[in-house]
Unconditional design. Structure first.
Length: 527
């Protein structure tokens, strides 16, 4: 959820979307005319004022207070961490700043959990490695003492028995540690790749407890692929050669951190290799969630930049035309200039209508993203409905363009949302008119089959480049060959979502300078 606030040069909030009101705990309309500092905790207000004033001066979009700790103040007095992106712009000849506000509480929580998990895993791995090293050194020292001792046979036997007791105790302790090894398992291999020991909490889940360990080798581990078995053997060879290895692997959709260490016999010679597998699936999931959150944030930032660029361009042109027409009308007050005044008034009406279309696109997209658009289906005659709409559109088309409708000669009753269907048809027909040259025909075909109602709109316009066709229904997308033609890049995105809401499908074929054909199908309800 992303709040959007529009603030003037005096720090007064002049616009606020529903998401920003929900973010700060205000009711609809309560944020308007408030100072932006009312949403900032007291200890940050002084610094924020200088940031705000600087944002008005700087004429480019930027992230406010980067690398600083930013907090918001809700209406009930509670505080929450946030991230703000600022975009200075001009609305109605006034310098304003558009602030995009994101609550980053959940992201910080995930990052803290990830850091704690990593710290715990590191501490546990170090403790286990130290314990193994300590026990190994104890056994080595005991053997060396027995070999080097020059005691009597009776003393040697007594010392041997004592050493055996300590060895048994150490072995029992090591076995207990291995059996209860949390979130993973332990395997010990000899130089012939035979399994000497396998223990740990995860062995049952992985099916290792069903293995026969006598004369069982690395080749017998069913959960490993042939490629993994080959790598395992190489790792055993390296470990027995004295190397300590560390890497990550995936078994049965679980992530494991693997650490290996060589084990010594009584003669201080490496006799086996210890492999410690630690289950780090939870940490990996947290990392994945964090990466996805960052990726989503990057996508949102890119959409914001595209929105600002598009909005600045699309609003500037009609507003400039309206302003120019108003000035010219003011200069044409004399008698006999009624025709010129009517021309300028028509120009104003045309550009106001264009602005209304743009604002309606923004409003429709906002409602779709918030999940507030529902298909309120009702039964209506699609043929009569289409004829009425085409007559309405025909009044605005350019001379030399013909709209040809082919439809059944009887009523075609559809159970759909007429408002959504109107938007779909209006958008596609308007696009066909806008992107087609003079003296060309636009064909609209309505058909009925056993399974579907279909609507086809075909033009002979500029077409869509093949390498850009997969992006056609994305928000704010404009093809390269349409950059000089007015448009927000939102219409087809809204059309696609409306068609989906009514369980339909939309496809198209297009070729540069030969035209585009859109085909929409709605399934017939089962009887």
């Amino acid at each position: 959820m992303e709040g959007i606030l529009v603030v003037d040069a005096d720090g007064i909030i002049i616009k606020a979307n529903p998401a920003s009101e929900q973010l700060f705990g205000y009711k609809e309309g309560e944020l308007i005319a408030q100072k932006i500092e009312s949403l900032i905790p007291n200890k940050f207000k002084k610094k924020h004022k200088s940031y705000r004033e600087g944002s008005i001066v700087k004429s480019k979009a930027r992230r406010m207070g980067q690398n600083l700790e930013l907090w918001g103040l809700k209406k009930d007095g509670s505080q929450f961490p946030l991230e703000i992106s600022l975009s200075p712009t001009t609305i109605e000849q006034k310098q304003v700043v558009i602030a995009f506000v994101i609550d980053i509480s959940e992201r910080e929580k995930i990052e803290k959990q990830l850091n704690v998990s990593r710290a715990k895993l590191k501490i546990y791995s170090e403790e286990l490695e130290n314990e193994v090293a300590s026990r190994t050194n104890e056994l080595t020292t005991t053997v060396q003492k027995l070999v080097a001792s020059n005691l009597s046979l009776e003393d040697q036997i007594q010392e041997t028995q004592e050493a055996e007791k300590r060895a048994i105790a150490n072995k029992s302790l090591s076995s207990a540690i291995a059996k209860n090894f949390p979130n993973g398992f332990i395997i010990v291999f000899n130089p012939n790749f035979e399994i000497l020991l396998v223990e740990g909490e995860s062995i049952i889940n992985l099916g290792l407890d069903e293995m026969v360990f006598e004369d069982t080798t690395a080749d017998d581990i069913a959960i490993f692929s042939e490629e993994q078995k080959a790598k395992l053997k190489q790792d055993i060879i390296k470990t027995i050669a004295g190397e300590h290895l560390g890497f990550e692997i995936i078994y049965r959709n679980k992530y494991f951190s693997v650490n290996t260490t060589p084990l010594f016999d009584k003669n201080a010679v490496i006799s086996s290799a210890l492999f410690v597998y630690s289950d780090i699936t939870t940490q990996k999931n947290i990392e994945s969630a964090t990466k996805n959150a960052l990726k989503k944030e990057q996508e949102l930032n890119e959409l914001k930049s595209r929105f600002i660029s598009m909005a600045s361009h699309e609003f500037r042109t009609p507003l400039s035309a309206i302003q120019t027409s108003a000035i010219l009308i003011d200069r044409q007050n004399e008698a006999g200039k009624e025709q010129k005044r009517e021309k300028y008034v028509a120009q104003i009406k045309k550009n106001v209508k264009h602005l209304v279309i743009i604002l309606n696109d923004f409003l429709s997209l906002s409602k779709l993203e918030e999940g507030k658009v529902e298909a309120n289906k009702e039964l209506f005659d699609f043929v009569a409905f289409s004829k009425t709409l085409i007559e309405e559109v025909s009044t605005t088309k350019k001379i030399g363009k013909n709209i040809i409708l082919v439809s059944p000669d009887h009523p075609l009753l559809l159970h759909l949302d007429p408002k959504l269907v109107r938007t779909i048809l209006m958008n596609l027909v308007s696009n066909a008119i806008k992107y087609s040259p003079k003296n060309t025909d636009i064909h609209i075909t309505i058909e009925e089959s056993k399974q579907f109602f279909s609507l086809q709109i075909q033009d002979q316009g500029i077409g869509i480049p093949k390498d850009e066709q997969e992006k056609l229904f994305e928000r704010f997308f404009r093809a390269k060959n349409a950059q000089n033609i007015q448009g927000t890049g939102l219409g087809l995105n809204i059309v696609k979502q409306y068609v989906d809401l009514m369980d339909g499908t939309i496809d198209f074929v297009s070729e540069i300078n030969k035209g585009t054909t859109f085909l929409i199908k709605w399934p017939k309800p089962s009887k």
